[in-house]
Every structure is written in C-alpha cells, then in structure tokens.
Write a protein that binds this ligand. Structure first.
Ligand code: ATR
Length: 276
C-alpha cells in the first residue's frame, strides 16, 4: 500500500515539509507521497475537508492558519493537542481522524538531542520568552517531558497566565527576565521578534557561560539574539530543528517508524540559506 500524506495550510508553497517528509519516506523505505494541499480561504475549509475524507488519505500535517480551525472536523484529539488547543498532525486510524500536536514534543526532542545534559536534569531552570501559539506548544512539550522548573515571560502578562494556568510554572515580566537572566540555564525565545530584523526581545549581556539559548526564529538562521548569546559564551540552538523534529514525530504517528534525521540538519541549513 502506498501512503498518501499531505500538508494543508496557506501559504505553503515555500514549506520545507515536503522535502523533509519525502526524505523520511525514502530513508525508511516506505512507499508513499507527501503533497501540498493549499486552502486559500477559510470559507472553503469545510468543503475541502469533505473532499479529503472521500480521498481516504492516511494522514496530513496542518499548518497556519488552520491549526485550530481543524479541531471540529476531527473525531478525536490527543491530550497534548487538547492542552495546546491546536493540531498540527492528523492520522486516519480505523475510519477516524485523530489529531495530535507534535510541535512542542518535537522541539523538546531537538533540544535534548543537541544537549544530552538536559536529559539528566529535570529541575534545570528554563525560561520561555513570548506567549503565542509556539510558546504554548513548547511549554506543554516541556511539561510532558517532565521539566519542573519553568518560567514564562511576555510583553502581555495575561497570555502567560493563560498558558501556565493549573501548573506550578512562574510568570515574570520581560524586564525581570532581562535583569535575572543569569538564573536560567535554558532560554527559549518563541516570539516573532528578530524575524527578518536585527532586534532582540531582551538583552543577554548577563547570561552565564554555557547557558543553552534557543531561538525558534530561523529567518535569519543566526538571529541577533543567538549572535549575542554566542558572544557571551552561550551554547546556541537554531530554530529550524523544531520543524525537522515535529516532522519526525508526525511520521512516527503515521508509520510507527522513527526515522534517523542524521545529516538532515545541515541540508536544511543549506536550503534555508538558499544554497540548495
Ligand atoms: P505564534 O503563534 O507564532 O507563536 P503569536 O501568537 O503572534 O505567534 O505570538 C507572538 C509572540 O511574540 C507574542 O508573545 C507577542 O507578545 P504579546 O503577547 O505581548 O503580543 C510577542 N511579540 C511580538 N512582537 C513583540 C515585540 N515587539 N516585543 C515583545 N514581544 C513581542
């Protein structure tokens, strides 16, 4: 049987997901295809879902702007997707559509693969900057992985509280975060600040040497934030790996196979820089 997989969203023409998932199919020896399915407006979303049901595809990824729109069309969603309030992966199981969210757990896996010392220390102090959809996914990914010492900081405080509600995580202001940044061993930048601009959400002058600093922005790959972190002795982590690892988790849901992503990181960097 040949697997039929798709990416749904708009705009998605420049997405790296088809390249990633096609590489996974090849690497794992699974026969199938992963193609784009653009839905240019919300008005036709319902109709398109009906067509997809009829086409009996095995699974799909769903991206902006439909990660929440999809939920009422699903038969079931898993606990992480429910907590995050967004779905990025759908799998046909029996005749049911089941929704998952692999963004956060994928991201945590990317960090752990790069920094194995994170695996051993669930009490490591971690701060997340920003409180949008990406922060929500990453926060729940960290909670699910067992991390206990979590802090959120954002320009709009109430959005942090919405995310941390019911957990023991702390909420502080961006000013407090900047002042006390040396207290954190892992800093995760999830806001859009720094995307195609040389701006930083907070200054990193006071970080400790060896601090893990991650930025989910990957346009440019080396943001101003990561540049300063590197200059201050931080261990830096590029945002594009989130895309690779959420894809790895999605593929595992569809096929039960965990693909070795070795070497794909470098290829992705070349693609992002427009070299390939
Ligand atoms: P996504 O869903 O991709 O994470 P989002 O929901 O638009 O994106 O969230 C963007 C995040 O970047 C928010 O936390 C936003 O802060 P607010 O909640 O206060 O709006 C943050 N952000 C964007 N521009 C910012 C800026 N100039 N300074 C500080 N934070 C900013």
């Amino acid at each position: 049987m040949s697997l039929k997989l798709k990416l749904i969203g708009y705009p998605i023409k420049l997405s790296l997901s088809p390249w990633i998932q096609s590489s996974f199919l090849e690497r794992s020896g699974v026969e199938g295809s992963y193609t784009l399915h653009e839905i240019p407006s919300k008005e036709i979303f319902g109709e398109e879902m009906k067509k997809l049901r009829e086409a009996e595809i095995n699974g799909f990824n769903i991206t902006v702007p439909y990660k929440e729109t999809i939920i009422p069309y699903l038969d079931k969603i898993d606990i992480t997707a429910e907590r995050v309030g967004a779905v990025n992966t759908v799998s046909l199981e029996g005749n049911k559509w089941v929704g998952y969210n692999t963004d956060g757990i994928g991201y945590v896996q990317a960090l752990r693969d790069k920094f194995p010392d994170m695996d051993k220390d669930i009490d490591v102090p971690i701060i997340i900057l920003g409180a949008g959809g990406a922060a929500r996914g990453i926060f729940h990914g960290l909670v699910q992985a067992g991390y206990k010492n979590l802090t959120l900081a954002n320009r709009t405080r109430s959005k942090c509280e919405d995310i941390t509600n019911g957990t023991s995580a702390s909420v502080i202001t961006l000013e407090e975060a900047e002042k006390n940044i040396a207290a954190y061993n892992v800093i995760i930048q999830t806001s859009s600040v720094g995307m195609n601009e040389a701006k930083q959400i907070i200054d990193l002058s006071n970080i400790q040497e060896g601090t893990i600093v991650s930025d989910i922005v990957y346009q440019p790959l080396v943001t101003q934030f990561l540049k300063q972190a590197g200059e201050k002795g931080g261990r830096i982590h590029y945002g594009h790996t989130m895309l690779l690892y959420q894809a790895q988790k999605a593929f595992e849901i569809w096929t039960n196979k965990k693909v070795d992503v070795h070497g794909m990181d470098e290829e992705m960097i070349a693609k992002i820089k427009g070299e390939k």
